[in-house]
Ligand binder design. Structure first.
Ligand SMILES: Cc1cc2nc3c(=O)[nH]c(=O)nc-3n(C[C@H](O)[C@H](O)[C@H](O)COP(=O)(O)O)c2cc1C
Length: 554
C-alpha cells in the first residue's frame, strides 16, 4: 500500500510542478482557442424526460448574515419547490450577457473561463411530483434529468443509516471543458470550481434551514457507482469524474454519519441507468497528464474520522463572534447571490475602509455552526497573503491572514526574516508583514493581470502543502476545494461591501513563493483573488436568467 501511495504522491507533485506558470514559460496549453471545438457548457442526458423545476417567484428576505449563521434561517421541508430553490440559488443561471456577435450565460457559481466543468447529481427520495431517483441537474433547463429509479427499500436503507430526512447531492468534473482552454493546468481549475460550487450549495441550503455535510469516507469509485457512471456510455474525453457526495439535511441535525455502507452502494449497482451524455466537442486534445493526476489523486475508501474537522491541534477559535456584526450589509442574502459577478476591470481609485476589509476577511474564517466551512472539509490548511493597496486605515503593504494558528511558527521560520508579523487588529489573526506599494508586484505575479493591482486588495492563497499530501495524495484536490470555498465567500462579501471580486487562476507560482521567502514546498500558493471598485463594460447587454424558458422571467 505504501509504495502505491508513494508513487501517487510523486505523480501528484510532478503534476503540480509541471503545471506551474513561470515568468518565462506558461504551463502547457494549445496557446490559442480552438473555437470550432469549444465545449458545450451544458451537459444533458439525452433520451430521458426532464422534470422541470419551478423558479423562485420571490426570494426570502433573509439578511446578509443569514448566509453564514444557521440560527437565522427557519427549516423548510424537502419538497420539489424547495429543492428547486436550493439549486437555483447555487448552480442555476444568473443572467445572459451579450455583445454584438456573442451571447453567453452566467451562473450563480463562478467558473474559470466561464467553462463550468462542475456538474451536479442528486439522489432524491419520493416527493410530491418527484419519483425517488438519481438525477442530473440541468441548469440550462432548470430541470432534473432522471437517470435511475431508486426503490422505496433502498431509500429507507439510506434514511435509516443517516438517521434523518434529506437528500444526497454529488459534484463531478468534466476535465475537458477546462482543458480545451487551459491545457494541462485545467485539473487545478476544475478543483477550484468544485470548491466554489460546494460553498454555493452550502449557502443556498442554509437559507432554507438546511445543512450540507460532506460524506468524507466514501471513495470516488463508490460515488461513481451511486451515480451509475460505470453503466454510462461516455463520449471519449468527456466523462464526468466523481468529486464528492454530500448529504443535505436539517441544520439542527449534528451527528450525521459520514459514510454509506457497502450494502447501500451495491444496491445502486443493481439499478438500471438511462440517458446518454451529450457530446460537448467534436474533437479533443489528449492532455495525458490530466487523467494521470486524476488517478493519482482518486480518493480511496477511508474511515470517517480520517478527515474530521476536529481533534487536530491548531484549530482556530471557531466560536469567535463576527467582526463588526452591526455593520453588515443591508443587501439581502439571496440578492447577494444573484448579483455576484466577476469584475473584469477595476477603476484604480476606489478604496474600502479597514472595517470593511476586516469584515470580509473575517467571513473566510471557519466557525462552528456557520456555512460554508462547517460542511466538514477538514481543518483549515489555507492562509491568505494579502497585497493591500487601497484600504483606508491600513498602510499599503503585504499582510497575512492566518487561518490555522498551528502554522505560525513554521511560517515565521520559512518566510523572509525581515517580515514583521505584527498583529494588526486584536479581533483577527491578521499580521502586517511589510509596508510598501505592492500594486505592480501583485499585477506581475498574477500573470500581469491589472485587476490584481488596480483594486483595493488582492491576495494569494497559501496552502500547507507537502505535509497534507504525503500520506494522502487525494488531499491535493481538497486543498483546491478549500481555496474555492474561500473564494466564494470573498465574492459574496465583496458584493455585500459594495465592491466586486474576481478569482484569479492565472498566477506565477514560484515568484509568489520567492516573494515570501519560501524555498521548499511546505507551503504553496494555489489560487489568487482580487477585490476592488469595478469598472463596468458599457457594451454588455443583459437578459434575464431564464428568459429562454416559458416560465415568467424575473
Ligand atoms: C477558479 C477561477 C479562476 C479564475 N481566473 C480568472 C483569471 O485568472 N482572470 C480573470 O479575469 N478572471 C478569472 N476568473 C473569473 C471567471 O472568468 C468568471 O468567473 C467567469 O467568466 C464567469 O463570470 P462570473 O463570475 O461573473 O459569473 C476565474 C474564476 C474562477 C472561479
Amino acid at each position: 500500500m505504501k509504495t502505491v501511495i508513494d508513487s501517487a504522491v510523486t505523480e501528484t507533485l510532478l503534476y503540480h510542478e509541471q503545471t506551474k506558470h513561470h515568468f518565462h514559460r506558461y504551463a502547457r496549453s494549445l496557446g490559442f482557442l480552438d473555437w470550432a471545438n469549444q465545449p458545450n457548457p451544458f451537459r444533458s442526458y439525452e433520451g430521458v424526460t426532464p422534470v422541470r423545476l419551478p423558479l423562485l417567484q420571490k426570494d426570502s428576505a433573509s439578511e446578509h448574515l443569514a448566509l453564514y449563521e444557521r440560527n437565522r434561517n427557519t427549516f423548510q421541508g424537502f419538497t420539489r419547490e424547495t429543492i428547486a430553490a436550493f439549486l437555483e440559488l447555487s448552480l442555476g443561471l444568473s443572467a445572459w450577457k451579450s455583445i454584438p456577435g456573442s451571447t453567453w450565460s452566467l451562473r450563480m457559481n463562478p467558473s474559470s473561463g466561464n467553462l463550468h466543468p462542475t456538474e451536479a447529481h442528486l439522489i432524491l427520495p419520493a416527493l410530491p411530483g418527484v419519483t425517488a431517483s438519481v438525477f442530473h441537474y440541468n441548469s440550462f433547463l432548470h430541470a432534473l434529468e432522471p437517470r435511475a429509479e431508486v426503490s422505496e427499500t433502498l431509500w429507507q436503507q439510506i434514511k435509516e443509516h443517516l438517521h434523518t430526512d434529506g437528500f444526497l447531492v454529488a459534484l463531478t468534473s468534466i476535465f475537458w471543458r477546462e482543458a480545451w482552454k487551459y491545457g494541462e493546468r485545467a485539473f487545478r481549475y476544475c478543483q477550484h470550481d468544485v470548491g466554489h460550487a460546494l460553498a454555493a450549495l452550502s449557502f443556498s441550503a442554509n437559507l432554507l434551514g438546511w445543512k450540507v455535510t460532506w460524506l468524507n469516507a466514501l471513495s470516488d469509485e463508490e460515488i461513481a457507482r451511486l451515480l451509475g457512471f460505470d453503466q454510462t456510455r461516455w463520449p471519449e474525453f468527456e466523462l464526468e469524474h466523481s468529486e464528492l457526495l454530500c448529504f443535505v439535511h436539517r441544520s439542527e441535525e449534528q451527528q450525521i454519519p459520514r459514510d454509506l455502507p457497502a450494502e447501500i452502494v451495491s444496491g445502486f449497482s443493481g439499478l438500471e441507468f438511462q440517458g446518454t451524455p451529450n457530446q460537448l466537442s467534436k474533437d479533443h486534445v489528449d492532455w495525458e497528464i490530466i487523467p494521470r493526476v486524476a488517478e493519482a489523486t482518486a480518493k480511496p475508501k477511508s474511515t470517517e474520522g480520517a478527515f474530521a474537522a476536529s481533534g487536530r491541534p491548531g484549530l482556530p477559535d471557531t466560536t469567535r463572534p463576527f467582526y463588526a456584526p452591526t455593520a453588515q450589509s443591508g443587501i439581502p442574502a439571496a440578492q447577494l447571490i444573484r448579483q455576484r459577478r466577476s469584475a473584469v476591470a477595476f477603476d484604480g481609485v476606489s478604496s474600502i475602509t479597514k472595517n470593511q476589509f476586516c469584515t470580509m476577511l473575517d467571513k473566510t474564517l471557519p466557525r462552528d455552526d456557520c456555512a460554508p466551512f462547517d460542511l466538514g472539509l477538514t481543518v483549515s490548511c489555507v492562509h491568505l497573503l494579502l497585497f493591500v493597496h487601497r484600504v483606508t486605515g491600513l498602510e499599503p503593504g503585504l499582510y497575512f491572514l492566518l487561518r490555522a494558528e498551528k502554522d505560525l511558527p513554521v511560517l515565521q521560520q520559512k518566510c523572509h526574516r525581515h517580515f514583521l508579523w505584527r498583529p494588526v487588529d486584536g479581533a483577527l489573526p491578521l499580521y502586517l508583514l511589510q509596508t510598501g506599494d505592492y500594486q505592480s508586484t501583485a499585477t506581475s505575479v498574477s500573470c500581469q493581470q491589472s485587476i490584481a493591482g488596480d483594486g483595493a486588495f488582492s491576495l494569494g492563497m497559501i496552502a500547507r502543502f507537502r505535509e497534507e499530501l504525503e500520506t494522502a495524495p487525494w488531499r491535493y484536490r481538497h486543498l483546491f476545494w478549500e481555496t474555492g470555498m474561500i473564494g466564494q465567500v470573498l465574492y459574496l462579501e465583496a458584493e455585500a461591501q459594495g465592491v466586486r471580486a474576481t478569482g484569479i487562476g492565472c498566477f506565477f507560482d514560484d515568484p509568489v513563493h520567492e516573494l515570501m521567502g519560501l524555498a521548499d514546498d511546505a507551503f504553496q500558493s494555489l489560487y489568487h483573488f482580487t477585490v476592488g471598485g469595478p469598472r463596468e463594460d458599457a457594451r454588455l447587454a443583459t437578459r434575464a436568467a431564464y428568459h429562454h424558458l416559458d416560465a415568467p422571467a424575473r
